[in-house]
Structure formats: C-alpha cells, structure tokens
Design a protein around this ligand. Structure first.
Ligand SMILES: [Zn+2]
Length: 422
C-alpha cells in the first residue's frame, strides 16, 4: 500500500508550491498534488501532515572523502602509515550515516583510502546498514608526486603498496587508461583525477602547475566515458584546466585561479564547477602551530574564492555543491555550510538549494532519477520546520529536520510524526 504525507510547502523544480500531497510507492514518488487545500487522498495511508513545514529534495554532496575524518590538526598526514583498512571502512560507513541524518541522501566520494567508500557503499546497498547513497570513486588517478600520491607524506623508499593509499599512479596516456581500467575493476562508479597540483610548487611561490599532460587527460576522459563513468578533476588554474575542459571532463573541483575565459569554455561545454568552499570557509583564520606555508595558502584562497564563484556563476557555469567533507574542519554531514558559503559568493538561497539538489543530481549522473520532487523520481525527501529559502542557515540545525526519507524509506522522524498533526 502506498503512503501519503502532506506539507504546507514544497520546493519543486526551483519553485515553492503550497498545500502539497506526496504519494510514495515503494522507492519512488508516485503522485504529487498541490495548490488544493481541501484535497485528501482516497487510497493508501496518510502517515503525516506537516502544516507549517516545507519539503525539499534530499540533499546531494558531490565532493566528499568518506575515509577522512575532518580532523582540524595536520596529523592526517600520518594516516597513510597508521590507519587500518577495516577501521577506515567502518568510519566511512559512520560518515555516510551522519550525512543521511543531516538530510544528505546522496554523496559522491572522490577519493578514499583503502576503498573504504566502496565497502560502505556495498553494505548500504545490500541493506545491511542505513546511510547516504554513495557514488564511489575509490582510488583517484594521480601522477608520481601528484596531489594524491600518498608517498609524498612519508620518507623515501617506502614501497607505495605498503601504505594506505587513495591514489593510483599513472604517468603516461597508456598508464592512465590502465589506471581507469583498474578503478573500474576496483568498483569505482566515477573516475577522480588530479588535473593540476599546487603543493610541490608552493616553495617556488607558484600557486599551480599541470599535473597531467593533455594526452593523459584525453586518454582518461575518452576511456572513462566509453565505460559510462564520469570524470571529476581536482584543479586549480593554468593550462591543465584548459586541457581538461577540452578533453571533456564532467566536473572541475575547487576551481581557484581560473580566468573568465576558462569559465566561458566551461559554460559552453556544460562542465560543472564544484567550488568546495568549506575547508577555507570553516577553518579558523589563524591557528597556533599552523605552518606558515599552510597559512599563506589559506589566506590566498580566502581572498579570491568568493569572487571566483561569483564570476563563474554570472558567466553561466553550472555550480554544484560539494563540501570536501573529510578535510580539516569539514566533518561529514555539513553540506549546509557549503550552501551558506555559496550564498556569501552571491548565489541566492534558491540557487544554493538547486546547486545541492537538481544541479548536483545532474552533475553526478542522477538527473533522471533524483534531485527534485517529481512523479517517477526516487523518493529522497527532507521535511524541514523552517524554510531555507528564507534563511539558508536553518539547514545547519539538525533539530530543524522533521523527517528524512531515502528510497521511500523513512529514516528519521517517523515516531514523532506518525500520530501528530502540526
Ligand atoms: Zn577533495
């Protein structure tokens, strides 16, 4: 038997509709009726009425690292030699659970150590545990000395395979295709790559340099697309960004130091930008013990990042919300803070909400089954007491969440709502 619930308002296709009845049959939205105060269903069971609430699509965080904990200090640099695969998988599962309880029904992992995201995805999909739906990246493709070469953090001559990696090394187009094949074998739903790096050039007062050659970027995008995987790229500025856009990359992450011309190319190609403002937005301005290089990098990013997003948005680049959860100061489940940061960059509350629902769904390849409240889509829904279109920050308050539904299953809120009319 189908189940119905009523809310005073719903965020549907970018607009607020009033007096909304939603019917859920199995995992999907079966029927929606709105703008009719006196309408009542004559079949199925009514599970709740939320007269003063608003329902929004389940939130989607398109850039997380489930094996990372968001610890504020720099001790994470030791993780490649101190963590155990089993621990990481359980931590990834817990992070997916935290996310779901905060209204995030889908996360895209773009690099986890020891395939922790793939393990968590599989036990959630098998129905053994609840948790956000995980689109798993597994290991990301990186070059020797690249952004995700874990051996950069440890002493020389330690065998790469003996540390807890989140990267698979490739230095030529042939090795890059082999690395995509390896990711597919490992169980990756999406291919994460490192387009440009910054750390190894900071000593020279530079902000970025190409990590992958143009030929590698083409080889990866072509082969991944043949195998129905989207390609997502860590990137800062420079020629590597142009090469990645030309190669057909699907989403560029971070996006610092881009020119207007690069944003114009992205807008023309339909390339998404996931700005990941949270690590800089949520980190304290100064912290005792922070290295001078880390401080200078943080200051630099903070001084430009809102302007970058504003320029990208006004040029017409599609912005997708990704929190970079797992990085220092960014615990999992906090995509709402990323949405607040996007509004600081000039996005309206409505656009910030779209960037974490409809646009995010399109970015991760789920535009035809999630990200909106429409008949036939997956029933991923969040009922809120206060309206985020009025104040985006209400999404940060867990007490504001009345009910979370994923795949038609009520995850939280049912006991409170079953017998109550509000
Ligand atoms: Zn990241």
């Amino acid at each position: 038997m189908s189940k119905w619930f009523y809310t005073g308002k719903a965020f549907i296709d970018g607009e607020v509709k009033k007096d909304v009845w939603i019917e859920i049959e199995n995992e999907r939205i079966q029927t929606i009726v709105y703008n009719d105060l006196d309408w009542e269903p004559n079949s199925g069971s009514v599970i709740a009425k939320f007269r003063n609430s608003i329902v929004i699509p389940g939130l989607i965080d398109t850039h997380v690292h489930l094996s990372h904990q968001g610890r504020p200090d720099e001790s994470w640099a030791l993780d490649p030699v101190t963590t155990q695969p089993g621990d990481l998988s359980l931590q990834a599962l817990e992070n997916a659970q935290k996310s779901l309880l905060n209204g995030v029904t889908t996360v895209r992992d773009v690099g986890s150590r020891d395939f922790a995201d793939i393990c968590a995805r599989d036990v959630i999909n098998a129905g053994l545990f609840i948790g956000s739906r995980i689109i798993a990246g597994g290991h990301a493709i990186t070059t020797t000395a690249g952004h995700m070469d874990g051996s950069r953090y440890i002493r020389n001559n330690i065998p790469y395979d003996s540390i807890a990696n989140m990267g698979v090394i490739a230095d030529t187009p042939e090795e890059a295709v082999k690395a995509v094949r390896q990711c597919i074998l490992d169980g990756s739903d999406v291919i994460k790559i490192n387009v440009s790096y910054s750390e190894p050039v900071r000593h020279f007062n530079k902000t970025y340099a190409p990590e992958m050659t143009e030929a590698m970027l083409h080889a990866i995008c072509d082969f991944a697309h043949l195998n129905m995987r989207k390609v997502v790229g860590h990137s800062h500025g420079g020629e590597a960004v142009d090469n990645a856009i030309e190669a057909g990359i699907d989403s560029l992450e971070h996006g610092r130091f881009y020119t207007d011309k690069q944003f114009e190319k992205m807008a023309a190609k339909g390339t998404y930008l996931t700005p990941t403002l949270s690590p800089e937005f949520r980190s304290p301005a100064k912290v005792p013990g922070r290295s001078s290089m880390s401080q200078a990098w943080l200051d630099n990013l903070r001084s430009i990042m809102y302007d970058e997003v504003q320029r990208a948005s006004s040029i017409g680049v599609k912005i997708s919300t990704g929190s970079d959860a797992g990085m220092p100061y960014v615990p999992h489940g906090g995509v709402a803070y990323e949405m607040e940061a996007l509004t600081r960059a000039g996005l309206s509350n409505k656009l910030a909400l779209l960037s974490a629902t409809k646009l995010a769904a399109e970015n991760v390849g789920m535009g035809d089954c999630a990200g909106d409240i429409k008949e036939g889509l997956l029933a991923d829904l969040v009922v809120l007491r206060k309206d985020p279109i009025q104040d985006i920050k209400v999404l940060q308050d867990k007490d504001n969440i009345e009910m979370v539904i994923k795949d038609g299953h009520i995850i939280t809120g049912f006991k409170k709502t079953k017998i109550m009319e509000k």
